[in-house]
Design a protein around this ligand. Sequence first.
Ligand code: SAH
Ligand code: AVI
Length: 331
Amino acid sequence: MAPRILNGQVEVRSHLGPNDERTLADDVLDGLTRPLKELPPKHFYDARGSELFDAICELPEYYQTRTERRILETHADDVVARTGAVELVELGSGSATKTRVLLDAMRDAGTLARYIPVDVSATTVHAVAELFVEEYEGLSVYGMVGDFERHLKHLPAPVGPRLVPFLGGTIGNFPPGSRRRFLRSLGKTLGDGGHLLLGTDLVKDPHVIEAAYNDSAGVTAQFNLNVLHVLNRELGADFDVDAFEHVAFFDREREWIEMRLRATKPQHVRIDALDLEVDFAGREEIRTEISAKFTPERLRGDLAAAGLELVEMFTDPEELFAVSLARVASD
Ligand code: SAH
Ligand code: AVI
């Protein structure tokens, strides 16, 4: 697809096309014909889903965002000094509010050259690209609308030491096996001497974790249910969204949150684009997300298994959340 030049310093390129509508179709066909029905979480993030996620980040119960921001505010100067970063390639950038803390530190250190947000949500990549090029004088922005599991090979070559923030705990949304495979594949993205800056939510009192996914304002429930609106719109499905309810619980053995959508009554759904009929028994559930919570040991182990070495793990005084700086392990 042709690059969209907004002005001299901004370019946004989309790697999503007809094949990606296929990806949604394939995921739905695969996920809704299994004995335990499942949908991958990346399909939450249409324009409405991205807005709802931003609203989640402001909720009193959702401690993750404000805690990670505070960790970044405390350690950004140190991270920039230690990495010498001149560019950020941010994975799952969303509305990139916390990214400003890193960009400010790079600007103050005089190293800031380029910002590359990567996200499946086209609206957020365009919005962030336009905003940041205005806000940071001289900054070049190359937005990539794409899937970070498939499109990182299309990134431009680094212009100098690269820092790859992967914030918000999004790595926790991968199942464990693909999480380690994905981390291993990031070696190439980091480039020579590059670093990963990985945000992870930590294991803590299950009540605190469960409250973060069962907020009293019901925003997380709307976010979860939104995926059914996506399927209705994109695949011509006829889900009765009001006949499903939000479920989120902490699986104490696996140490992850599971979000599910539960049918409140038996129902029959038709998905036109797939020529598929799906039946739901009363109280049958679709798993829509896992969100893994880490211990420092598990995190170190995952990084090591992916050929990465931990440079430093930053956390907050209550040890709610961690931001880890890592690089490719030396042999
Ligand atoms: N980094 C932000 C946003 C986290 S929400 C923060 O810390 O607040 C997760 C983001 O990852 C969303 O913007 C979503 O669109 C994006 N995302 C999820 N799966 C993705 C994938 N496979 N490829 C690219 N982006 C993805
Ligand atoms: C993006 N991701 C890390 C969020 C999480 O906490 O797993 C998505 C989310 N799901 C429900 N609330 C927020």
